[in-house]
Design a protein around this ligand. Structure first.
Ligand code: 13P
Length: 263
């Protein structure tokens, strides 16, 4: 349904500190995670928001290392129920208990390898919000979808289905991460202008779902996909873009520091 609010595009986000989120995926063992976390705690001094999302196994130890610092902690997933007989799953509340403030949801690797659907992502977002976590909802088109001209459709669908029907109150925050699936891990990020256009489409979807003051104050959009020290500022300088979600380049302390420096 057409929503007249959707055409209001205020000049927002200019006063928000950028965020750099590290997604360590399943790439570090516990000792490696602890070592990198110590380096990050000791060497990151920039006044921007930095969040690190280790694997479940490493969360507690990495959280201990970050305690007393400004570095924030996030999970890479949570289950869509609050509690119960769900062998192998981890609840949003458990993430909160070990000190997480964020949780990545609907990452394309989970959609691809674990059959995660928009409906599952929606329920996970709901659990995350109920537990007091900030969801980082990943959306993005595959190469095939792009070739079919379905990019905008995919972004609208994934954004809408993740959030439709949820109440976002003034104290809750949500991050949408635009990650074009085909550039993840490729070493070649997309043209920043293309990211800007995608972010505009995502914002349009948000304005169709929520009051404009909630979109303005409670949502952020970040870009992810082969972000490195050479391209990060191209993305963080974009209008309506609040930061980056970094995979590979967050695993090496010097690369990660260079990204933070260049934001
Ligand atoms: P890369 O930075 O390795 O492309 O990974 C991006 C990503 O998937 C972050 O969630």
């Amino acid at each position: 349904m057409y929503n007249s609010k959707a055409i209001i595009l205020p000049n927002f986000m200019s006063d928000i500190k950028p965020i750099v989120i590290a997604n360590w995926k399943m790439k570090l063992g516990l000792q490696e995670a602890k070592s990198l976390a110590s380096d990050i705690k000791n060497k990151v001094t920039a006044q921007i928001e930095v969040a690190v999302c280790p694997s479940f196994i490493s969360l507690t130890e990495v959280g201990k290392i970050f305690s007393g610092s400004n570095i924030k902690l996030g999970g890479q997933d949570c289950f869509w129920e609050a509690n119960g007989a769900f062998t192998g799953e981890v609840s949003a509340k458990e993430l909160k208990e070990v000190g997480c403030e964020f949780v990545i949801l609907g990452h394309s690797e989970r959609r691809k390898y674990l059959g995660e659907t928009d409906e599952m992502v929606h329920k996970k977002v709901s659990q995350a919000l109920a537990a007091g976590l900030m969801p980082i909802i990943c959306v993005g088109e595959t190469f095939e979808q792009r070739q079919q001209g379905a990019k905008d459709y995919v972004l609208i669908q994934q954004t809408t289905k993740a959030l439709e029907g949820l109440e976002i109150n003034a104290s809750q925050q949500v991050i949408i991460a635009y990650e074009p699936v085909w550039v993840i891990g490729s070493g070649q990020a997309i043209d920043p202008n293309e990211a800007a256009a995608a972010h505009q489409v995502i914002y349009q979807s948000l304005f169709d779902l929520f009051p404009s003051d909630i979109v303005k104050n409670n949502f952020r959009i970040v870009y992810g996909g082969s972000v490195d020290e050479t391209n990060v500022s191209d993305f963080t300088n974009l209008d309506k873009t609040s930061g980056v979600l970094v995979g590979g380049a967050s695993l090496n302390i010097n690369d990660f520091l260079a990204i933070i420096k260049n934001v």
